[in-house]
Design a protein around this ligand. Sequence first.
Ligand SMILES: [Fe+2]
Length: 202
Amino acid sequence: MDINFANVSKNYAARTNEKMQEVLMDPAGVGPAVYYYMIRGGSNQKNITVWEPGTISSEYIKTYGHYHIGNLDETYWFLYGEGVALLQKLAVDGNGMMIPDVVEEFKAVLVKAGENLFIPASYGHLVANVGKTYFVTADDSPVDFEDHDPASLPGHADYELVKQMHGFAYYVVEHDGRPALKKNPRYKAIHQQELSGLPVIE
Ligand SMILES: [Fe+2]
């Protein structure tokens, strides 16, 4: 379970080690009690996320990752620190359903304070903190405060496909003190990829 502060503030949530283990490269890995903190304001006020720095069995601390439900894009503004954003678009079957383990397009993007990143509607996304400090972003995704648990699990986000695959098609790992990528062996295929020069390690 994530820490739910709904009785204190409906705007605040924190993603815990226990929850993150579902999507870690090393599912038994133990990191900090909280990986990242979320303050939800929605599209107008914006949402703020703060990542802890560090690694778990060499994987950098990241957000859980999700796909958007419906035709919803999102912009991230990077406010402090440095990260690697992962975007992946899944292949779809004849009925238009996403195929969990076949990636149509994968992108890894190095990002840092002062930059922003547009995430088109059908791209699942997560961001890893690859710096030594906190990493801080603002984003404009909508939050319906009538939802059951709007700060921790906003209704526009689908986490199940990521949970099922134990993360995205690559993990962002520290290798020789720098970020690198390591393939998640559960994915069957990646049809197209753009890795921004990040090395892929075995
Ligand atoms: Fe999102």
